[in-house]
Design a protein around this ligand. Sequence first.
Ligand code: UTP
Length: 310
Amino acid sequence: MTSNRRIIKAVIPAAGLGTRFLPATKAVPKEMLPVVDRPAIQYVVEEAVSAGLSEILMVTGRNKRPLEDHFDRSFELESALREKGDVAKLSRLDSPSSVANIHYLRQGDPRGLGHAVLRAASYVGDDPFAVLLGDDLIDARDDLLTRMTEVHGRHGGSVLALMEVSPDQISRYGCAAVTATGEDDVLRVTGLVEKPSPARAPSSYAVIGRYVLAPEVFTVLRRTGPGRGGEIQLTDALNEMCESGTAGPVHGVVFSGRRYDTGDPSDYLRAVVRLAWEREDLGPGFRAWLGEFVGSRTGLTAAPERLDAA
Ligand code: UTP
């Protein structure tokens, strides 16, 4: 079953409560927390745009204003910088919204990721579409979405992003039961369990925040009741699709690149340090400082290349 329907629509759920990051997320969505010098959500929108997804629906929650303002033009800022002739800062206002149409929809009650995706049903219609979690950051150099849309083009159905994690981590994720396909980084997904204990996990493959979904997922979500944590789980709907096969096969693309859960304070810090380290402009000064800082704390002089490999 191949699919020649080009995917142009992306849904970005960004309505979660962000309780792991309180109190920072009391009045500001976690997707707006800065990773170096731009909010996490900007990386996600840029990733969608570079994978050719030009129609974006953001499903937002109670604090949606900063998200909308961020992707809007700011005429006052632009004219102030233009008057000063500050071309460098002016270019930082370039927004992915100039090359994509970004729409917004309120989720209402945050009843879970499955519920947030279901809210996009009338926007998406009958075509396959992508879902990018707004707090999940994939390094731009480790293109994942393009590989997923390519696998979708060959197999149709739905395609999930999988990442191998250690047994003590699996209970933080949806976990996939898989079989081999003959292609190293592509697996057939035969079932899914949301946040299993290590003993109940069918594999070490965790589902991470990128999906290419068949539109039939909406029919399944409509009848999916609350699951783990009392939330409507996307994992439960996808598990039904794996078992019934009526919406085509479900495949997983195994990702082994750099990925950060910016909704988790520790992972967020890792994202900031690594991305700052690698920036051409800020990197040299930051690396020198970090090397000295680590050296002074550990009594070692940390060579920059050692830190880079960590
Ligand atoms: P999380 O599992 O990270 O939940 O959601 P959360 O509520 O946002 O964060 P914590 O656990 O309280 O810190 C995964 C993704 O699903 C979205 C979130 O915005 C995030 O992108 N989501 C979750 C919704 O859009 N709506 C929901 O009702 C729940």
